[in-house]
Design a protein around this ligand. Sequence first.
Ligand code: PMP
Length: 393
Amino acid sequence: MDIFEKCHFPQIDEAIMQGYYPYFQTISEKSGPVVNINGESLIMAGSNDYLGLSTDTRLIEAAKDATSRFGTTCSGSRLLNGTLSLHEELEEKLASFLKKEKVLVVTTGYSANLTALSALLGRNDVAVADRLNHASLVDGIRLGHGKYRRYRHHDDQECETILSKIEPSNGILLVSDGVFSMEGDLADLPTLVRLKKRFGARIFLDDAHGIGVMGANGRGTAEHFDLEDEMDILTGTFSKSFGSLGGFIAGPASVIDYLKHTATPFIFSASMTPAAAASILQALRIIQQEPERRHRLLGYAQKVRKELKKLGLLLYEGLTPIIAIQTNDDDITFSYWKHTLTKGVFVNPVVSPAVPKGKQLIRMCLMATHTEEHIEQILNACEYAGKMSGLIK
Ligand code: PMP
């Protein structure tokens, strides 16, 4: 049999034929939260640039300056020849911000999870994870040598049953998103902490969407619940609230040192670019010094959630700037996406395999740099698309 035989995707061919293929849309220009796609100026309500820092002049200048000093790449792994003073400064400042003993910065958030999980999970260990965790957590667990047990989203009972069947001689890692990336809801950290204590487990939290956004000081979902000390390993990304590119793992010094010397996704891959490291350092300063960005963003999230519910749209409950409108159907999802676009607003259509079949949704992300007028236009587009797609009767 030809190995290439499986390489076709009928749903995609169908979407292209019908003229509603929504993926790989080409952005030709970007100015704050406004982008140009196919010659149209659109309000971006689908990116994870929550604080609007990717176009902040301070980050851009820092990236230019670092490129002049260190060049465009380190051309190698951190272990051998790719560690810059910028990486180390970032690790120290981030550890101090997150109140963790040590931090390792890596090239993407995806790689942070692959690095930490693949090296931590030995043959005697079990990862117990929420079914809606991000794909990088799933892949990281699969790359490790431990067993993998999943519980239904937020199902404490099932999680507890799984834990109760694990032998005390096995190591247990409870693995969860902090903010679930598609649905925008928060992990139930108080319950996870209770279970961690009862079963002698460790918690591994990926707070890619929480850091910089949630918590009184922007330290994320664990700060929101006042449970920071209970998070044994914290991972995250710099591609969202930090407006740059990269990822990190924070935890006890012994664990971080172990990962640095054993994790193949980290050892055998080139280090973060100088431009990224310098822009992230700027972003970290801004996150700490400009809480008003976070406050504005969460205010917008509250307002948009309230207005969309008034229109009769069904949302995943939450507080975060990820607002997920439940469509539960491919055709409605694509129709909704297309109609928001005609009103000048770009949102994300999310279908299987990013979410289970029957749980399709429209994922919107707000930004601190949206103006009040942008928010009004987003709401108007949502109402129009809701009516045209049949979601609003
Ligand atoms: N974890 C979560 C929860 C995410 O949503 C993402 C990005 N979508 C990642 C990890 C990966 O981050 P990055 O884009 O930096 O690879």
